[in-house]
Design a protein around this ligand. Structure first.
Ligand code: HEM
Length: 303
């Protein structure tokens, strides 16, 4: 995944001059991509084969419950769809879950934790909320996530300052148009800088400040209707995984905040925490976040 993200998002001089075919050979990009494609394909092939073998065992009476790949294999075999589900279709769904689904959500969790460690009073407020909601159950599950209004605004503010796919996905214009006086010819590769839009002082007060409260009682949402805030993109090709992504961030974050108090390593001060980003398809932390968890023991609350 690390290599894939760098190569997919990395700068290649050959992209700037697509008609100079020699540059594509000289940059070595194509060769690197083909090599990586082979390795990724082999990993995905192995996952599918392992599931086929497990399925054979399960049919003879042993084995565990079905997972996503099992379901896709079953649908493929039963021919329930109007169109055939090929092995490549199944492999690409697995790749989507790893690349579009996990890399993004885990990156946002890491940024949200980093911002809260930099702003301990905000972490405290988020913990008070999570513990207030879940102490009666002594466990965090999905049922009450909608009650975590402050945590939700922390996630929104994290996505504003750290849109994990900062340049969205490259698009190609299918007709000629003019934007802000610039003529965009047909078939131009268009890149939208969601990172810069989220920090634009024309649209955001104190744009560089991490301030989750700006989203409390605000109608601004990431569903593609507010163009000053597009961490999931907008339009027809907006991220189709939003409904899965948000609980996938909320639930682990709520669990981390509920179960532990958190300290930076080696007595590091909050202002010393490095917030440098990587350059690639996704903008993750350059250096892993290292923290010390201190277990929290929920009180016994009468039902
Ligand atoms: C915090 C989590 C996530 C963020 C910030 C995010 C962001 C994005 C962005 C910015 C795009 C490009 C949209 C555009 O160019 O207009 C995108 C596309 C996509 N995302 Fe997500 N995503 C997240 C989670 C997920 C999840 C959980 C899945 C699926 C399990 C997913 C699947 C996809 C797919 C398949 C596309 C390509 C859609 C297309 O080109 O038509 N994403 N995502």
């Amino acid at each position: 995944m690390d290599e894939l993200v760098v190569l997919f998002g990395g700068f290649s001089v050959a992209d700037m001059y697509p008609s100079v075919k020699l540059l594509q050979v000289m940059s070595g990009m194509r060769r690197k991509l083909e090599k990586l494609h082979k390795r990724v394909d082999q990993i995905l092939e192995n996952i599918v084969n392992e599931h086929r073998e497990k399925k054979a065992k399960r049919e003879s009476g042993r084995g565990e419950a079905e997972d996503l790949v099992d379901v896709l294999l079953r649908v493929q075999k039963d021919g329930e769809l109007e169109f055939p589900l090929t092995n490549n279709n199944i492999k690409v769904v697995i790749l989507d879950i790893f690349s579009a689904g996990s890399e993004t959500s885990s990156g946002v969790i890491e940024w949200a934790m980093s911002e809260m460690l930099k702003n301990p009073e905000m972490m405290k407020m988020a913990q008070v909320e999570v513990r207030h909601v879940f102490d009666r159950k002594r466990n965090v599950d999905e049922t009450c996530l909608h009650e975590l209004k402050y945590l939700n605004s922390i996630i929104k503010e994290t996505l504003r300052l750290h849109p994990i796919v900062p340049l969205l996905l490259p698009r190609e214009s299918n007709e000629q148009c003019t934007i802000n006086g610039y003529e965009i010819p047909v078939k131009t590769k268009v890149i939208v800088n969601a990172w810069a839009i989220g920090r634009d002082p024309k649209h955001w007060n104190e744009a560089e400040k991490f301030d989750p409260e700006r989203f409390l009682n605000s109608a601004i949402d990431f569903k593609g209707a507010c163009f000053e805030y597009i961490p999931f993109g907008a339009g027809r090709r907006i991220c189709p995984g939003i409904a899965f992504a948000i609980p996938n961030i909320e639930l682990p974050l709520a669990q981390l905040l509920y179960r532990f108090d958190w300290k930076l390593l080696g007595g590091m001060k909050q202002e010393e925490l490095d917030m440098t980003e990587t350059f690639g398809l996704t903008a993750r932390r350059k250096n892993d976040l290292q923290v010390i968890p201190i277990p929290y023991h929920p009180p016994h609350v009468k039902e």
